[in-house]
Ligand binder design. Structure first.
Ligand code: ZN
Ligand code: ZN
Length: 246
């Protein structure tokens, strides 16, 4: 077992795909010898195949049932079943997501081994320890903490300001936070502004903050400046294919 905890951004476009090639939420997490596909937003599966062999994926985690976080599981099902002829890949998702997505494929058959995740649950996937926390977002949505070798990654998934990464305990090495909006243009309270992302990560004692899920038409430089001011130091902006050692 090696001590690597590595995050690769497969897609980070907020709510809908943005040109050029802006896939929606998807991340590859490597923890030791374990490979996890965390959220399968539209476009992320194509990007995943540039960074990993599909047969090396140990599990999939879907944080919630909004399409920009889950629809590419359809492609994995097709490849797994008809290309690789494999079955029973563990997929972790909140209640109802498996049934919701099954209409895409007719029937899952035994392609995936579905596991239900809820607020406060924890599980081990190979070398990774995971915990989940229900966020402030309309469908059941699970922020996800992944730990390996004393390193800790917290992914907020989608959330409004009524949830904080601090619920997993302070001082995460990296908080990967949604920052859909900017503070002078807060549209609906089910997402964060960049300033709110910075404030919440700062209050949670995060060592590093990466912004993701930006609304595609907004100026990302303005989001970075806004979040950096609130966080108290420079934040990182997610981009497809960015690889970070947590
Ligand atoms: Zn989203
Ligand atoms: Zn959402």
């Amino acid at each position: 077992m090696n001590g690597r905890l590595e995050l690769t951004v497969l897609g980070c476009s907020g709510s809908y795909g943005a040109p050029p090639g802006g896939a929606c939420s998807g991340y590859l997490v490597r923890a030791g010898d374990t490979t996890i596909w965390l959220d399968c937003g539209n476009g992320s599966f194509a990007n995943l195949q540039q960074h990993a062999r599909v047969e090396d994926i140990d599990a999939v985690v879907i944080t919630h049932g909004h399409p920009d976080h889950c629809v590419d599981i359809y492609g994995l099902h097709v490849l797994y079943k008809y290309g690789l002829e494999r079955d029973c890949l563990p997929v972790f998702a909140p209640e109802g997501v498996d049934k919701q997505l099954e209409s895409l494929v007719g029937a899952w058959d035994d392609t995936f081994d579905w596991h239900l995740i809820g607020d406060g649950d924890g599980t081990t996937i190979g070398d990774a320890q995971l915990r989940f926390s229900r966020t402030d977002h309309p469908p059941p949505t699970m922020a996800t903490e992944i730990r390996h070798a004393n390193r800790r990654l917290v992914y907020t998934s989608d959330t409004g300001p009524g949830w904080s990464p601090e619920v997993f305990s302070r001082g995460a090495d990296l908080v990967l936070s949604e920052a859909t909006y900017q503070h002078d243009d807060l549209r609906v309270p089910i997402h964060l502004s960049a300033r709110q992302a910075g404030e919440l990560a700062s209050a949670a004692g995060a060592k590093q903050l990466m912004l993701t899920h930006l609304w595609p038409s907004l100026d990302p430089v303005a989001s970075v400046l806004e979040a950096s001011e609130a966080f108290g130091r420079a934040v990182v902006l997610a981009a497809p294919h960015l690889v970070t050692h947590v």
